[in-house]
Design a protein around this ligand. Structure first.
Ligand code: P6P
Length: 326
């Protein structure tokens, strides 16, 4: 029933859409590194990879051992991939130059949701690929391209199954890791319904949201008796990769809005290696993604680690949030 490997899929897909072979090489390297990360996450306590690393990152977050391990696996793999000029990682203060003559920039959150690792809840790797536009030595500005410039994006979800979801801007495709460590095509073209009855948000922050967001969520909670005229279900996994995968699989809307706890921060999630790649996947699957005022993919980045408010998923819901914030 399922037999197409990711590598064979890429060959067919790239030929069909006339995409560059060097991008294919870059993607194969990222995905091969994620197979190594999957093996590490599966072993858990048996290989001493749980718990804190005893270090912190630029985000001011305590790093888990697996954050550091996953980050190093990806950096080592991409250093050995001639097509990759440099990387930006949630776990690295600055960019890392990998190959002087590389064409691509790879941005990633090596292990998103890592607070869930020690309690065995799904975590994931998120990646985004940009073209190095300028000649000469690599600089931070080379990475600061808006989300529409992404050539490819995806994630690997280390969950009940290990699944890869990927786009090169010609649809969104899903692969499942088999017991020979091959990703096999199991979902041909994710498509999102424009409507949903399921939302994901961390309700404990309700008092910190701006009033339009409070009004939006109150509408959903009012259910069939409210203006939306239907009952909603709620989910919160505290792992963006798991939430986005659920939304791509059965619909929904995910929000991590601006909140007043730290007004200097426009949101919790990072634009370059969380919001942009996830927004490209969602938009390619027929959904929408916004910071409540602007399409995420149109935001002109100003820093590698800048944060952004995120509302993504079913078009009708994202448009309602935008309308309330207008
Ligand atoms: P909270 C994980 O740390 C993450 O960056 C996303 O994956 C997730 O959606 C969010 O933060 C969870 O945040 O505040 O609910 O723990």
């Amino acid at each position: 029933m399922f037999h197409t490997t990711f590598t064979d899929f890429l060959n067919q897909h790239f030929e069909q859409h006339n995409l560059s072979g060097s991008l294919k090489e870059t993607l194969n390297a990222i995905v091969a590194a994620c197979v190594q990360i999957s093996a590490k996450t599966r072993q858990g306590a048996l290989s001493g990879v749980l718990g804190e690393a005893g270090s912190g990152n630029i985000q001011g977050e305590a790093q888990k051992k697996l954050d550091v391990i996953a980050n190093q696996i990806l950096i080592d793999a991409l250093r050995q991939t001639p097509t990759v000029a440099g990387i930006a990682s949630e776990e690295e203060d600055n960019f890392v130059e990998t190959n002087e003559h590389g064409e691509y920039l790879v941005l990633f959150d090596p292990l998103d949701g890592s607070s869930n690792i020690d309690v065995n809840i799904s975590v994931g790797t998120i990646f985004s690929v940009l073209k190095k536009q300028s000649s000469g030595s690599l600089k931070t500005d080379d990475f600061l391209q808006n989300g529409r410039n992404q050539l490819a994006a995806g994630y690997v979800l280390y969950g009940v199954q290990t699944q890869l979801v990927f786009t090169a801007k010609h649809g969104v495709f899903g692969f499942t890791l088999n017991d020979q460590n091959q990703f096999i095509l199991t979902k041909d073209n994710f498509m999102l319904s424009e409507t949903t009855a399921e939302f994901a948000i961390n309700m404990s922050n309700q008092r910190h949201w701006e009033s339009p967001m409070q009004s939006y969520i109150a509408e959903l909670l009012a259910g069939i008796d409210g203006v939306r005229g239907k009952n909603y279900n709620m989910r919160w996994v505290a792992s963006m990769v798991a939430e986005v995968h659920r939304i791509l699989t059965r619909g929904g809307v995910f929000s991590y809005p601006f909140d007043k706890r730290d007004p200097a921060k426009p949101g919790k999630l990072r634009l370059m290696y969380e919001a942009n790649p996830m927004s490209l996947l969602i938009e390619q699957a027929g959904g929408l993604s916004s910071n409540a005022k602007q399409n995420i993919l149109d935001i002109q980045p100003t820093g590698l680690h800048q944060r952004v408010a995120v509302i993504l998923g079913a078009k009708e819901e994202v448009e309602r949030v935008n309308q309330l914030h207008a």
